[in-house]
Design a protein around this ligand. Structure first.
Ligand code: ADP
Length: 463
């Protein structure tokens, strides 16, 4: 039976129990099904002069986790440098935040080469390899250089911008060419897929595009959108456990008759958090009846604290929420509750369900799974409404959400007011349509769709 090899920047143990995210669960299921290996970084940074690059192997059922730590140089150049100061901002359309050095891109290439060597050393002829995200774009090319002919797929979880923006990434030609070492390249949306095709056509005049197949640089690659979702039934069930009910009751008692609006995001400049707080301020200005009657709860745990842009964002949000609170607060009411920490998934599910509306307003996002989670957690008999950025991948599928342009502060405030005032019948109609999308894009279906396409290539594998 063909094994599945999954490679991602970070390895999450799917056996982490109810805390494991939908992606870890879906990949864990796929890996368990036929046996597999999950390879990547264990999250540690260490310098051991005797064993600079050691690997750890951990078996769990049918699955082997093969992890390595990064050296300080690798962490700086590959992870913080090229991946998170060049590719992440550029792919989220933020060229102003790109901070490129040739040294970082060299280390990025070297880490990919090191991973490729390890994979090549354990590879069997009929293994399928599924590589995840922007940290690992050149990995297939490095594997091909070792003689690997196995089916290799790549899924990009974040957006791909159009050529006019990609052109500013100094290594763009290398990266695009590297994508053609894959057999299957997947994106979240049709828009991202078209951007790759446009980019390749600019680089290589011989490019041919025939349905899902794009032929360039001497290889034919299947380029397709595979929109990702969540483990929908599991998340819905999580919002209904006795523990979740208790949290919801506590929130309702605390809020008295006030409604709650929620935002949940990793603290990242792509999430549009300052613009979101401004739109809450605008809501209180445009519709003063919400003063004292609505609380906005923003949950945003710190992420990537070692990158300057994230430190600046942290300070800006502290000061904005403080400013809005000091202007509008009353002795018994605070307009914004800004919470800077992680919560268990069950608590999040309860918080979503207790919220009349959600502000999901990234400036740019690959998919945005919070949109799916918020919808899945709602009570179908009295659902809340998502206000969703049209620049999140989710907007390409969720046209019954209240779609907004997050740069338009007034429009977001008006949409939030619409969500808060929406009659039950309309909320139920929209929620039903949104739930269908959440189920259609369920993460298990997503992994099956991708793996079916990848597995079709097994016949072509020599030996
Ligand atoms: P991204 O992958 O860019 O962080 P997504 O919206 O696609 O954005 O996914 C974010 C995931 O992180 C969601 O599953 C969400 O529930 C989870 N998450 C965000 N904030 C928190 C938090 N404070 N505690 C626990 N999980 C969180």
């Amino acid at each position: 039976m063909s094994r599945l090899i999954v490679v991602s920047n970070r390895v999450q143990d799917p056996a982490a129990g109810p805390g494991a995210g939908g992606l870890a669960v879906a990949l864990g299921e796929a890996l368990e099904a036929n046996g597999g290996v999950w390879i990547g970084w264990d999250g540690r940074v260490e310098q051991d002069p005797l064993h600079p690059v050691s690997w750890n192997e951990h078996r769990s059922g049918n699955l082997t986790l093969l992890t390595t730590s990064l050296t300080p140089e690798e962490h700086e150049g590959y992870y913080l440098g090229f991946a998170n100061r060049v590719l992440w901002p550029a792919f989220h359309y933020r060229l102003d935040l790109v901070d490129y050095t040739t040294d970082h891109s060299r280390v990025y290439g070297a880490v990919n080469r090191r991973l490729a060597m390890k994979i090549a050393s354990i590879l069997r002829p009929d293994d399928r390899i599924w590589i995840h995200d922007y940290h690992l774009i050149p990995l297939a090319a490095e594997l091909r250089a070792t003689g690997c002919g196995n089916p290799i797929g790549y899924f990009q979880h974040i957006p791909l911008p159009p050529p006019s923006i990609l052109a500013a990434v100094p290594e763009v030609n290398w990266l695009v060419r590297a994508l053609f070492a894959y057999d299957v390249v997947g994106f979240q949306t049709e828009t991202d897929r078209l951007h790759l095709i446009q980019q390749v056509q600019q680089l290589e005049s011989e490019t041919e595009s025939d349905g899902e197949y794009v032929t360039a640089f001497g290889r034919s690659t299947r380029v397709k959108s595979y929109p990702i979702g969540i483990d929908a039934d599991r998340f819905t069930a999580m919002a209904r456990t006795p523990n979740a009910e208790e949290i919801i009751n506590r929130i309702r008692q605390r809020n008295l008759n006030r409604s709650q609006v929620i935002g949940v995001d990793r603290m990242d400049y792509s999430k549009g958090l300052p613009e979101r707080m401004e739109s809450v301020r605008r809501l209180f200005e445009l519709y003063p009846e919400n003063r004292g009657a609505m609380t906005f709860m923003q949950i945003a745990p710190t992420s990537r604290g070692a990158v300057d842009a994230y430190v600046d964002l942290h300070e800006r949000l502290d000061s904005l929420s403080g400013e809005i609170n000091s202007k509008f607060s009353d002795f018994d009411w605070t307009p914004i509750r800004y919470i800077n920490r992680q919560f268990p998934r069950e608590t999040l599910a309860a918080l979503y369900r207790a919220s009349r509306a959600a502000l999901i307003t990234p400036l740019r996002d690959g998919m945005n799974l919070v949109a799916h989670e918020y919808v899945a957690a709602q009570d179908p008999d009295d659902p809340g409404m998502p206000v969703l950025s049209r620049f999140a991948g989710a907007a390409e599928y969720m046209d019954e959400a209240l779609l907004i342009n997050p740069y338009n502060i007034d429009q977001t405030a008006i949409a939030l007011q619409t969500a808060l005032q929406m009659p039950l019948k309309e909320r139920k109609r929209r929620h039903k349509a949104l739930m269908k999308v959440v189920h259609d894009l369920d993460v298990s279906r997503w992994s099956s769709r991708f793996l079916n396409d990848l597995s079709q290539l097994l016949r072509a594998v020599p030996g």
